[in-house]
Design a protein around this ligand. Structure first.
Ligand code: NCC
Length: 272
């Protein structure tokens, strides 16, 4: 595979990765039952036009980084799974992208106040390029019931289901731009979140996805668990995701080293 320039790669991502959430008009979700559970507004309508956004990876290297005030200066912040983001003002948009959580830690998910603020987006691994109907019959995690329970408890909180086509369109681009063969496992929540934010924001700063000088085998900044695979990947194609993001970085290498910071343009600022 010939390596594309960053500009060409941005155009591919913009034009081929369809970032959509499941809507009540998508069969088999177009039943009166599902219309009742799915949010009425699209994600775009819910967040409005966002300027500068921050994506905060859950990596242990975020600990003692003192990045709080800088992250805080953004219009919206994206976090993942069980990662806490403390002290954000009410007017800031917080999005949460989650994988597994809804089922594996279902009881916790339904009760934990950590999930009660912000906009939630859940995704499911789904078979490679499966049709929505096929996925609907056999999701990887049986999360639909938990989703409905949550919606009943928190009807005002926007909560979206990612259209699973997106993750495989993204995976195809990761594969096309890698010399090695990648296991057909879906991209990490981190990579999905980065691309989701590129569709919503003018500019996206990503923190500690590419590890800084604080790189550590501590998996998460909010837990004491050690595993090198959290940073480099085992199931998810993390290494390939990180190579791609490094290639697209519009910031400096110095910013990566000191802040683990990468700057990416929003797709509306990409001209092909
Ligand atoms: O660990 P996780 O991810 O919740 O982290 C969110 C995203 O941050 C980036 N990350 C994380 C740790 C690290 N040291 N370096 C990083 O770059 C990654 O981009 C990651 O996606 C996931 O992708 O959803 C994942 O979820 C966990 C777990 O399911 C949830 O935390 C819920 O408990 C997975 N861990 C396990 O299954 C044990 C993880 O593999 C992927």
């Amino acid at each position: 595979a010939a390596k594309l320039s960053p500009e060409q790669l941005l155009c591919r991502l913009r034009d081929r990765v369809n970032v959509t959430m499941i809507r009540g008009s998508d069969g088999p979700f177009n039943s009166s039952e599902w219309q009742h559970y799915l949010p009425d507004k699209s994600l775009n309508e819910t967040v409005g036009r966002l300027g500068r956004c921050a994506v905060v990876s859950s990596a242990g290297s975020l600990k003692s980084s003192h990045l709080g005030p800088e992250i805080d200066s953004h219009d919206a912040v994206l976090r993942f799974n069980g990662a806490p983001v403390k002290g954000f003002q009410e007017d800031r948009v917080v999005l949460v992208v989650s994988f597994q959580l809804v089922t594996v830690e279902e009881q916790q998910f339904l009760k934990d106040a950590l999930y009660n603020t912000g906009i939630l987006i859940v995704w499911d691994p789904a078979p490679y390029h499966a049709e929505i109907h096929e996925w609907y019959r056999k999701p990887d995690y049986k999360f639909f019931e938990a989703y409905k329970s949550y919606r009943i408890r928190h009807p005002e909180q926007p909560f979206y289901i990612l259209n699973p086509k997106m993750q495989w369109q993204l995976w195809d681009i990761l594969q096309e731009n890698s010399l090695e063969h990648i296991q057909p496992n879906p991209p990490s929540s981190g990579m999905l979140g980065i691309v989701i934010m590129m569709t919503l924001c003018d500019e996206v700063d990503v923190y500690e996805f590419l590890p800084s000088k604080r790189q550590t085998d501590i998996c998460h900044y909010y837990q004491k668990f050690h595993d090198h695979a959290c940073t480099m990947g085992a199931y998810h194609p993390l290494l390939f995701e990180k190579n791609l993001v490094k290639h697209l970085n519009q910031g400096t290498d110095e910013d990566i080293y000191t802040h683990g910071k990468v700057t990416l343009p929003g797709f509306r600022n990409v001209h092909c």
